[in-house]
Design a protein around this ligand. Structure first.
Ligand code: GLN
Length: 481
């Protein structure tokens, strides 16, 4: 068999091709590199790709397969990696000048898990600097473009990962989601993205942005692939004290056996998401078609309320910036990364951080330091934590009335470069994704259709209770089929 079109070719199909010896891992990886050489000059998803290393990994995989000892059914399949998840021997800049010189001495737990199944960690993918942003425009190095329209952003902060999968540069990718950074770019690029339950996936080796919100998750061309990758990376990890014990994962199996109908399933529509968030008519139309489809598959649609939704953006930008200001304090020019020597130690800190961080990162550090400072702590940070509890309770109440929630991912389709130069406008575009990170539950963004005016993909979000990924993924599969 000749090499098939790799764009949108799912991991499970590639694994079958490889098992049938339709092509070798070496040929597969060479074809991805070929696609990147031809198209990444425009897409700009990759910050780095060590071609020799991945070809070497491919040869090793082919040798294992030839002797009948593949590490798994998926041995040899390349998975792109967001530049904030460390891979041993590779750079990890978080798209920031301050970490540009850093080479990681170790593998993140998720990378070690991928490797243990034979998956090939494939390059370093662009992002907003330290995952702060929604468009990849905050990368210190390059602007990734949307594979559906180079005038438009791929979303962010995992925009490089979404563009990589959307353009067919790798079979899947890993992203991280603190306030929507997997789901929003997945929606903008027409792919699937999962934000797992907080604690489902180890954060060991993920450069921290906001530690109580960050989760790593899969970005793939379909739901089954997302389940395959989540099976691979999920699980308790003694190296991350917030990772949850006693996890059983068999998501791929559940997806393959997904129900053909929604009989007996209650899908909740949070009314605030359809009225208060500035939903564009194009996105609403596509969503309405999906809701109708769910109904025709037998679902009972119920209206629910998440009354504290209107505070979610404000609460997030207090808690996330507070945590970020603490997490980013370690980048001081002494222990990691770029150093600019000043006249004394304090001056060296100032110069290194001043030159190393971009504007958005500095804005977040300033905001975070402010909300944590004495006198303002009670007024902002403490209050935000209390409202966070109310937001979590909103979800608990809503899930008493339905199995999953169906919502938009973003108010609009992918916007054009420069369109949201006002940071507040950019922050407000996170309205539908942020509450899930505050509540810690799990969610998925799947392609719902194409907006008739812009011809850009529209995503749909399903949200489920904590640890209910099996239900989340199998319902997503039912809807996707
Ligand atoms: N867009 C949000 C922010 O700028 C979310 C980012 C993320 O999830 N990493 O903070």
């Amino acid at each position: 068999m000749a090499m098939p079109e790799l764009k949108n070719r799912p991991i499970h199909a590639i694994a079958q091709d490889l098992a049938a010896k339709s092509y070798t891992v070496g040929e597969l990886v060479a074809e991805y590199i070929n696609r990147i050489d031809q198209n990444d000059g425009v897409v700009k998803a990759f910050l780095k790709l060590d071609k020799e290393r991945v070809m070497r990994n491919a040869e090793e995989s082919d040798r294992r397969r030839a002797t009948g000892n593949p590490l798994s059914f998926y041995d040899g399949i390349p998975i792109g990696v967001k530049d904030c998840i460390v891979t041993a021997g590779e750079s990890c800049s978080c798209a920031s000048k301050i970490l540009e010189p850093v080479i990681s001495p170790y593998d993140a737990t998720v990378i070690a898990k991928l490797k243990s199944q034979g998956f090939i960690p494939f390059g370093r993918l662009n992002m907003d600097e330290f995952a702060m942003g929604s468009s990849c425009e905050n990368s210190a190095f390059q602007k990734t473009t949307n594979p559906h329209d180079p005038q438009r952003v791929p979303g962010g902060s995992s925009g490089g990962s979404a563009a990589c999968v959307g353009a067919g540069f790798a079979a899947g990718a890993l992203g991280s989601d603190t306030g929507g950074s997997i789901r929003q770019p997945a929606a903008f690029c027409g792919i699937v993205g999962v934000k797992p339950t907080y604690g489902r996936v180890s954060r060991n080796g993920l450069v921290a942005f906001a530690s109580s919100l960050d989760q790593i998750g899969p970005m793939t061309s379909d739901v089954e692939d997302a389940a395959i990758l989540l099976d691979t990376i999920a699980g308790h990890d003694p190296l991350d004290s917030t990772s949850l014990p006693n996890q059983t994962t068999n998501f791929a199996e559940a997806v393959r056996n997904a129900p053909k109908s929604f009989k007996g399933v209650k899908i909740g529509l949070p009314k605030e998401y359809f009225t208060d968030g500035g939903l564009s008519s194009g996105v609403e139309k596509v969503l309405q078609r999906s809701i109708d489809k769910a109904k025709s598959l037998g679902a009972e649609i119920v209206e629910v309320s998440l009354p504290h939704t209107k505070y979610a953006v404000a609460v997030y930008y207090i808690i996330a910036t507070a945590e970020a200001s603490a997490n980013l304090a370690r980048f001081d020019g002494i222990r990691y990364g770029k150093r600019v020597n000043g006249k004394d130690l304090v001056d060296t800190y100032f110069q290194s951080r001043g030159e190393g961080f971009g504007d958005e990162v500095k804005r977040r550090i300033l905001l975070g330091t402010y909300v944590l400072s004495s006198g303002y702590y009670d007024a902002y940070y403490l209050r935000a934590q209390k409202v966070r509890t109310l937001i979590r309770r909103d979800f608990e109440e809503a899930f008493k009335q339905c199995d999953v929630l169906l919502t938009p991912v973003t108010p609009t389709v992918a916007f054009k470069f420069g369109e949201k130069s006002d940071p507040l406008q950019m922050y407000l575009s996170d309205i539908f994704t942020i509450a899930l990170n505050l509540s810690g539950n799990c969610g998925i963004s799947i392609p719902a259709g194409i907006d008739s005016k812009s011809k850009m993909p529209v995503g749909l979000q399903l949200l489920a209770p904590a640890m209910a990924e099996t239900k989340l993924l199998s319902f997503a599969q039912t809807l996707q089929q």
